[in-house]
Design a protein around this ligand. Structure first.
Ligand code: SF4
Length: 364
């Protein structure tokens, strides 16, 4: 398949891994931001091809994983309101909140529906004019344009029964939070290529400069990822900290201007509570006051918020690169995809799910 096979070429993969081994004279810790990259690394065993000097750690780029338990509780509360149709992508349903998850809410009579696009939820609002339809809008910069478009479509069609519950997070503030943390061990980043297709590359230069960390914009196939690692290691070895684009077939420096304009029209930057990482200033997107009628958080004030539940999940440490999934005491025993204690075990982009799916429990 074009644009896939050539980026999974085994000979090229080994050539790149050998080049990394030649380039690395000291230990380096590199974080891939995106959960899609994490899954590719674990699935294809790319970290096993690298020299022991290179440690890959797995970042917070799984939107399901970083959605706060409190927002899951808010979605559950909405799902259990009489008449409400709560729409969500499938992998949100089993993410634990402080109380029950959305699947349990569905079992208790809540009208929870899996959709494949926010426009599907707009369609449900059109078909059910007497019922409030709420779309649980979770994601990074990549999904924000489609959610903005859904709000604008609902406005154009005068669908006053449609709204979104937003859990939008932004990558650059999370990178700064990780690099600025006292126990940080990340020395270089593989940035998420698809985020940059929307947002461009301008936000990363100041981060690389301020924290002395190279940032390589990287794709998702084995060749992409190893090329990103090689460029990162070469910069680290040379004492450089710059932004480089290793995903130029998809990323332009100014991103997708039209998509960015859609996002800016509907959303504004806000503080956001990241699961496992806490509140990061100006790291999320909230619905602008002009579109308050489509903001579920404003339309449906919370009735009751369950108290924060104690958890043995260490996803915050994993997403900051302090530990790896198999180092969680619950991994594969008390926490499994069938009975997840944390979101990274149940999300299709979660690091714990990747380790559980592709590796033995004690894999390094
Ligand atoms: S294995 Fe389960 S409990 Fe441990 S960090 Fe991963 S999701 Fe959380």
């Amino acid at each position: 398949m074009k644009y896939v096979d050539e980026y999974r070429d085994a000979a090229l993969v080994h050539t790149l891994a050998d080049a990394v081994a030649r380039a690395a004279t000291r230990p380096w810790t590199i974080m891939e931001i995106c959960g899609g990259q994490t899954h590719a690394i674990v699935k294809f065993g790319l970290d096993d091809l690298l020299p022991p000097a290179i440690t890959l750690v797995h970042g917070p780029g799984c939107p399901v994983c970083v959605t706060s338990a409190d927002l899951i509780d808010a979605a559950v509360e909405l799902a259990l309101r009489p008449g409400v149709i709560l729409c969500s992508f499938g992998d949100m349903l089993r993410v634990p909140g402080n109380g029950i998850d959305l699947l349990t809410a569905k079992a208790r009579g809540g009208d929870v529906r899996i959709v494949y696009s926010p426009l599907d939820a707009v369609g449900l609002a059109r078909e059910n004019p007497a019922r409030p339809v709420v779309f649980f809008a979770v994601g990074f910069e990549t999904t924000a344009p489609a959610n903005a478009m859904a709000v604008l479509r609902a406005e154009r069609e005068r669908l006053d029964n449609f709204s979104i519950l937003t859990s939008h997070v932004l990558v650059p503030p999370a990178m700064r939070a990780i690099l600025g943390s006292p126990d940080n061990r990340v020395q270089g980043f593989l940035a998420a290529g698809h985020v940059c297709t929307i947002m461009g590359t301008a936000e990363y230069g100041p981060i690389a400069r301020d924290h002395r960390a190279p940032i390589i914009i990287t794709g998702f196939e084995p060749v992409d990822i190893l090329e990103g690692i090689l460029l990162c290691v070469r910069q680290l070895e040379a004492g450089r900290a710059e932004v480089a684009n290793a995903y130029s077939r998809a990323v332009r420096s100014d991103g997708n201007v039209h998509a960015r304009q859609l996002v800016e029209r509907v959303f504004e930057v806000s503080d956001r509570d990241w699961r496992g990482l806490g509140v990061i200033p100006r790291s999320g997107l909230a619905v602008r006051p002009e579109y308050a009628a489509y903001d579920a958080a404003r339309r449906f004030p919370r009735v009751a918020a369950p108290a924060a539940a104690p958890t043995e999940c260490i996803s915050g440490e994993i997403m900051r690169g302090i530990r790896k999934p198999h180092q969680c005491p619950a991994f594969g025993t008390r926490c499994t995809p069938e009975h997840p204690l944390g979101a990274p075990m149940v999300s299709s982009e979660g690091a714990c799910a990747a380790y559980h799916r592709y590796r033995a429990r004690t894999a390094a």
